[in-house]
Design a protein around this ligand. Structure first.
Ligand SMILES: NC(=O)C1=CN([C@@H]2O[C@H](COP(=O)(O)OP(=O)(O)OC[C@H]3O[C@@H](n4cnc5c(N)ncnc54)[C@H](O)[C@@H]3O)[C@@H](O)[C@H]2O)C=CC1
Ligand SMILES: O=C(O)C(=O)Cc1ccc(O)cc1
Length: 367
């Protein structure tokens, strides 16, 4: 990477994770940050992720080669005005916000297009703050880049390089199309999750029976209702048109399903559920699989006794091998069900295979 000093405005889950990943890849970079709450800055100084904490968005940022805007989307837009008089003529400004059109429009209004390239990592979680940031959070995730009217090829190359450095997968997209796509696959699902949780909250009996019995399906589709209200309020504000389009289409679909249930329309219901199932079953578990070298995973036959998973986890942990993900899988490939263990890198996967072989576990290699 040709850039040496990188600034962050907003050092929470996403800003913190990018900073951690860059620090891990390039120990010599100078990373500086400003954040509304000081806790994040104190933590990031203490763990060595950033070199300097800023009190304001001021002249401290004028040495930056790149500045990442990593606050909630409307805040990112407001920061542009403060940055305009202080940034270097060749500074690249980029953001990680979930909405792209309004920030591109603000950049154009302020005459800053030669500085700006939009960005949006398509990964994260319902967690917030620097304390939840992880060096591997964006690994193998698509990272959308939205070049604007003034974005040069050099700026795109620089950002592609940075995205690859944090082990994410760069994809470029027109910013209007970005907002239409994310309204459907991210913004509407969050609104559905929030409103569904509220519906259950309001419908529950005084003993909280719904809350107590809420099981896998409900939890699967409402995990994201634990996301930051401030962040999602701003996303709705900034992507109003596209979200409303998708929301109205969705309300139409819900009305149709309601009518099919009312009319005992078996055919319509079966078609609705079957077409959704077919599309959903076809979405790869990890998008990255088709584009990247294989993920670092091992499949192990599980002995049918209590504590079997804990035993394997302990063997790996005591040998200093970190597990990224662990769980039993049942699919056509492994009819009987096996333990799937995912690691952060190839070296860990190899070490784990060797170790588990030594303990006489049967390891399956994926064909
Ligand atoms: N949470 C997620 O999974 C993803 C979020 N994003 C985008 O990333 C951005 C940041 O989100 P997260 O890191 O998840 O949220 P977060 O809440 O963890 O971090 C946001 C940070 O911005 C700081 N902040 C808020 N207002 C500020 C202000 N006025 N000045 C300076 N700092 C301020 C907060 O103190 C916090 O540290 C948002 O624009 C969001 O749309 C993008 C991809 C995934
Ligand atoms: O937690 C999840 O599953 C998410 O969907 C995280 C997320 C939130 C906002 C984004 O713009 C992108 C990803």
């Amino acid at each position: 990477m040709s850039k040496q000093t990188i600034g962050f405005i907003g050092l929470g889950l996403i800003g913190g994770s990018i900073a951690k990943a860059l620090r891990a890849k390039h120990p010599d970079l100078t990373l500086i940050a400003y954040n509304r709450s000081k806790d994040s800055l104190i933590e990031a100084m203490a763990d060595g992720t950033i070199n300097q904490a800023m009190d304001t968005i001021g002249p401290g940022f004028s040495d930056c080669d790149i500045i990442f805007l990593c606050a909630p989307v409307s805040v990112n837009i407001r920061c542009l005005e403060q940055l305009k008089p202080i940034i270097r003529p060749d500074c690249i400004l980029t953001d990680v916000g979930s909405v792209k059109t309004t920030i591109h429009e603000a950049v154009a209004r302020l005459g800053m297009t030669k500085h700006f390239i939009g960005g949006h990592p398509m990964a994260g979680s319902e967690k917030t703050k620097y304390s939840s940031a992880k060096v591997h959070l964006l690994e193998n995730a698509y990272y959308i880049l939205t070049p604007g009217e003034g974005t040069t090829d050099e700026m795109i190359s620089e950002m592609v390089c940075i995205v690859k450095d944090i082990n994410a997968i760069p994809v470029t997209l027109d910013y209007h199309e970005h907002d239409r796509v994310t309204a459907a696959i991210s913004h509407l699902p969050h609104i559905i999750a929030y409103t569904l949780v509220n519906l259950v909250r309001e419908s529950d009996n005084p003993d909280g029976m719904m809350r107590m019995l809420a099981a896998g399906g409900f939890k699967d589709i409402t995990r994201i209702a634990s996301s930051s209200p401030e962040m999602w309020q701003q996303i709705c504000d900034e992507n109003q048109t596209q979200i409303l389009n998708m929301l109205h289409l969705y309300i139409d679909r819900m009305t149709e399903v309601g009518e099919a249930i009312q009319d005992n329309n078996t055919g319509k219901l079966l078609d609705t559920f079957a077409s959704a199932k077919e599309y959903r079953d076809d979405i790869p578990q990890s998008h990255a699989k088709s584009l990247l070298p294989p993920t670092y995973e091992v499949f192990v036959d599980l002995v049918d006794e209590s504590g079997a998973i804990a035993t394997i986890a302990t063997i790996l942990a005591t040998n200093g091998i970190s597990i990224r993900n662990i769980g039993i899988v049942h699919n056509r490939e492994f009819q009987e069900g096996v333990l799937h263990i995912e690691f952060y890198d190839g070296e860990s996967a190899e070490k784990a295979t060797e170790l588990l072989n030594r303990f006489h576990y049967v390891i399956h290699l994926r064909k």
